[in-house]
Each structure stands twice: as structure tokens, then as C-alpha cells.
Ligand binder design. Structure first.
Ligand SMILES: CC(C)(COP(=O)(O)OP(=O)(O)OC[C@H]1O[C@@H](n2cnc3c(N)ncnc32)[C@H](O)[C@@H]1OP(=O)(O)O)[C@@H](O)C(=O)NCCC(=O)NCCS
Length: 177
């Protein structure tokens, strides 16, 4: 079993996250500017770190992140990914869940995002948190003209949704309060 933490981004993460971003999204035309987002009060960026234990020492290394912007009532998931070797262990769910909880806490009411039509893993993950397909942007991605699926979560402040979110978070392996 590998161990992880999820924390707000810090300056030590910038360089390695930029490498990680290129690895996760080799086709992305504009890489995420982590330093810019960190100092933006309308942005949330969480980083998942794997804890690496060797005989000599214990270190931590970023293995995933989520980057979100918000303006009052609305927010958008701008970029989100987990490096290949660490997928399928609940890190993605923990990053999304914790972010939604924090967006709810700053009074955000709805969240939206765009995802490649072929990205079934991400679409399943978003659906499991209640996101619904709300539209399609045809030929949206310039590298292969793939459609973007628009998904949104319009009821973040709904009391039943908040209780669903809380119970989902409690089952997640790497959720830090
Ligand atoms: C999408 C991504 C972030 C998921 O991260 P992850 O850490 O592997 O996700 P989790 O382990 O928390 O899995 C979450 C859910 O994703 C879905 N999922 C995971 N692997 C899947 C697969 N191979 N096929 C279909 N769905 C899958 C499942 O719903 C899973 O929930 P479950 O375990 O209850 O069935 C990761 O695959 C990734 O970085 N992909 C490349 C970048 C990307 O697509 N980002 C999103 C852009 S919009």
C-alpha cells in the first residue's frame, strides 16, 4: 500500500508539477502556470504527494493535482490529473472530493468543466460526483479535433448533495481534513 497526502500547493511544488503536467498532458498546448494560480485568491490548487520511504530517509513527491478557478457562485475545474503509476488508487477521487468540499465552503453553487469525449475514465469519475453532461463543443481540441463534453454540477449547496459529499469523503483513502 502506498501512502499519500493531499494539501494546498506550495512553492516547492512548482517545478515538479510542471514536469508532471507535461507527462500527464503531452498534447496540451498551454501548460498550467502553477506559480500564477497559487497567488490568485480565486483559485484552488491541491496537490497529492506520495510518501516515499527508503532506509535512509522519508521524502514526498507530487503525483497529482487539481486546479480550479472560482468567481463567487460559479467555478470551473481547469486541469486535473494523476501520474500514470499512481492511478486507480483513489487519488483522483480524493482530489475532486476535497475540492468540491472547499468550493462549497466558499459558497460556490455550481461547478463546470470540459472533458474529452473519449476520456471515459474522467467522465465516469465526474459522474460519480454528480456531474451531468450539459452540452458538447464540437471539434474543440486542436490536436485531434476531438469534441469536448461540457459537464456541470449545479447543486453544490443542496443539503442532500452536501451530505452525499461528506459520506463519500469519509470513505476516501487519502482525505486530509
Ligand atoms: C482521470 C484521472 C485523474 C483519475 O485519477 P485516478 O487517481 O486514477 O482516479 P481514482 O483512482 O480516484 O478513480 C476514480 C474513478 O475513476 C473511474 N475510473 C478509474 N479508472 C478507470 C478506468 N480504467 N476506466 C473507467 N473508469 C475508471 C472510476 O469511476 C473510479 O472510481 P471507482 O474506483 O469507485 O470505480 C486519471 O486517470 C488521469 O490523470 N488521467 C489523465 C488526465 C485526465 O484525463 N484528466 C482529466 C481531464 S478532464
Amino acid at each position: 500500500m502506498k501512502y499519500f497526502t493531499i494539501k494546498p500547493i506550495s512553492t516547492e511544488d512548482f517545478l515538479i508539477l510542471e514536469q508532471l503536467d507535461r507527462e500527464i498532458f503531452p498534447l496540451k498546448s498551454q501548460q498550467t502556470l502553477f506559480s500564477k494560480n497559487t497567488y490568485n485568491e480565486n483559485a484552488i490548487c491541491y496537490v497529492a504527494h506520495a510518501l516515499l520511504n527508503t532506509e535512509a530517509n522519508c521524502s514526498r513527491s507530487p503525483v497529482g493535482y487539481i486546479n480550479v478557478s472560482f468567481t463567487g457562485l460559479e467555478s470551473e475545474i481547469l486541469s486535473f490529473g494523476v501520474t500514470k503509476n499512481y492511478r486507480g488508487q483513489g487519488i483522483g477521487k480524493s482530489l475532486i472530493g476535497l475540492t468540491l468540499k472547499n468550493l462549497a465552503a466558499v459558497n460556490c453553487k455550481s461547478v463546470f468543466l470540459e472533458v474529452r469525449k473519449s476520456n471515459q475514465t474522467a467522465r465516469t469519475l465526474y459522474s460519480s460526483f454528480g456531474f451531468k453532461k450539459t452540452g458538447v463543443r464540437s471539434n474543440y481540441y486542436s490536436d485531434n479535433q476531438e469534441d469536448a463534453i461540457l459537464m456541470s454540477l449545479p447543486h453544490l449547496q443542496n443539503i442532500e448533495y452536501l451530505s452525499f459529499l461528506q459520506s463519500t469523503l469519509q470513505k476516501l483513502p487519502y482525505y486530509s481534513k
